[in-house]
Write a protein that binds this ligand. Structure first.
Ligand SMILES: Nc1ncnc2c1ncn2[C@@H]1O[C@H](COP(=O)(O)OP(=O)(O)OP(=O)(O)O)[C@@H](O)[C@H]1O
Ligand SMILES: [Mg+2]
Ligand SMILES: [Zn+2]
Length: 364
């Protein structure tokens, strides 16, 4: 079974990176101040559905523990089963018509079965048609006491103001690399998967703030690396170029070694590296060096392994800001074109020469 399914949080404590939300919901459970319409917004894979389900159990739990469901009482046991009739999940992407919502309006009248609350979780709610929104609004205006609505969306700007004003809104955060690293470490220990610290950081960074994406990446890497996940394998699977290649490349740029640049591109092509991915890495590397040059707490922003950070820092000192900004501009504007051109190599070479010719003349 996929890691992100195995490790779906069952209590608020097990959710990472969303303390501002879990604390509030725990308090509502403990004080009995429960709302009837909530809106969960935020990037995919950050815990919206997970928290909605924990909340649906917590409001019905007979002995909640610090606001979380106990997991043991008869209600918890009942609601832990998939498809219990008291927790109704609807995907608005495929049920976006006014009739779908009318059906909900008819059914909310019926009492929950054996528990206190029926909870409707409407995913991707921004996909509803205008008339469906209007129908939903009517229900949200006078919800029965025994019903709770949790609307979830990744695109909150597509919701009408009338809906927004009826809901208590929670904005889900992207989860930090640090929290993702700790989460991965815990899971790898439990699963007895070997790893090194640098791989943890690489995987967490590649997840870009989404816990689900991070765990899926971890899954695919774990299945390639039999026994132990290593930095080398991780880099290879993620398809990013090795740091040392970026360093070498930037040394050539710095010294204006056109021959060196062309040879390096030739080598990469022979090794079967994706040159478009390389161009992306180059603009990222320029950005990393710029952050190091200009920010006090650079590695809190970049989250690089210590030894890599030291190498980058050394290189950052050799460049001036203007050149780095120039590289970022030249390479990021070439990125898109590189993805579609038939002569990637020629375009990449041209881009490198453009970047070098735009270098700050003062240095000579
Ligand atoms: N904040 C989190 N803490 C711990 N695990 C999480 C968190 N967010 C997501 N996950 C992991 O990712 C999986 C999917 O999360 P979930 O379904 O809650 O995301 P979502 O925000 O609803 O995403 P989507 O927008 O795609 O519906 C969970 O089973 C869990 O393994
Ligand atoms: Mg979801
Ligand atoms: Zn319980």
């Amino acid at each position: 079974m996929a890691l992100y399914r195995t490790y779906r949080p069952k209590t608020f404590d097990e959710v990472i990176g969303q303390e501002h939300i879990t604390k509030t919901l725990e308090n509502q459970i403990m004080n009995g101040h429960i709302g009837h319409a909530y809106l969960f917004t935020g990037t995919r894979g950050t815990g919206k559905t997970s928290i909605a389900k924990i909340f649906a159990r917590a409001v019905n739990c007979l002995n909640p523990i610090n606001g979380s469901p106990c997991g043991k009482c008869e209600n918890c046991l009942k609601l832990q089963k998939d498809n219990d009739i008291n927790i109704i999940e609807m995907d608005a992407a495929s049920n976006n018509k006014v009739d779908d919502i009318r059906e909900i309006r008819e059914k909310v009248k019926f009492m929950p079965v054996d528990v206190k609350y029926k909870v409707y979780i409407i995913d991707e709610v921004h996909m509803l048609t205008d008339s469906a929104f209007n129908a939903l609004l009517k229900t949200l205006e006078e919800p029965p006491k025994h019903v709770i609505f949790i609307l979830a969306t990744t695109e909150v700007h597509k919701l009408p103001q009338t809906i927004l004003s009826r809901c208590v809104r929670f904005d889900f955060r992207l989860v930090s690399v640090k929290e993702l690293v700790n989460h991965l470490r815990k899971i790898f220990e439990l699963e007895k998967i070997g790893y090194d610290e640098e791989s943890l950081k690489l995987i967490a960074t590649a997840g870009e703030g989404s816990v689900r994406d991070t765990l899926s990446i971890a899954d695919s890497i774990a299945s390639y690396c039999q026994g132990k996940i290593t930095k080398e394998e991780t880099l290879r699977i993620l398809g990013t170029t090795d740091y040392s290649l970026n360093i070498e490349f930037f040394n050539h740029l710095k010294n204006r070694e056109i021959g060196g640049v062309l040879e390096l591109i030739d080598r990469m092509e022979k090794e079967g590296k994706n040159l478009a991915v390389f161009a992306k890495d180059v603009s990222k590397h320029a950005r990393n060096l710029l952050v190091i040059k200009t920010c006090e707490n650079a590695n809190e922003i970049l989250n690089l392994p210590e030894d890599v950070f030291a190498l980058f820092k050394e290189q950052a000192d050799a460049f001036n800001e203007k050149d780095l900004i120039n590289y970022m501009q030249v390479f990021s504007s070439a990125e898109n074109e590189l993805r579609y051109t038939l002569s990637v190599r020629l375009l990449l070479e041209t881009t490198c020469l453009t970047a070098m010719s735009g270098m700050d003349a003062k240095k000579n």
